[in-house]
Write a protein that binds this ligand. Sequence first.
Ligand code: NI
Length: 201
Amino acid sequence: MNKSFAQLARHAEQNKASIAVPKDPLETPPLEIHTLGNEVLRQTARRVTKVDNSIRELIKDMLRSMYSAKGIGLAAPQVGVNKQVLVIDLDIENPTTPPLVLINPEITGSSASLETYEEGCLSIPGVYLDVIRPSSIKISFRDEMGRPKKMNADGLTSRCIQHEMDHLNGVLFVDRVTSQEDLNRELIEHGFHKEDVQSIH
Ligand code: NI
């Protein structure tokens, strides 16, 4: 079949359709981000069976809420939605960098080498603590158009993807903190409760 140039151009445009939204903060973000102690954060998220407009609307609302909170990653369970959807943007000050959207992400490989890095979370505001994770990972996922994708990630991207993917399993970064002394101090200082941590050590 022969396609006109206009058709081809339109097709190319659809293929790189991005879901980017303005990055400036909103006074009233569309979604509320739940904090440590709320049970929604402990649920296991369900796979998305169809990537349709309602999922894309959710993604846009998640992005606007994330940018409004000055975060670099947000998982659907944090806004009370039990679906395997993540948004990440490591370049929030640059309005033209597109965000990374991961639907039904799976880790297909991770490096033996580990890295310690200080993490924070929009669901545990003010708390920053060291967490040890694999330095690099391989993942497969679907993008916002439902297209299957694969990706290798290292550095902050790898770190952020692993942190957000934990949210899909009801795991929070504080569960992975090894220094209980630092954990206790930070939680108390920011008004959170140790009983809400489900330590995996
Ligand atoms: Ni988080």
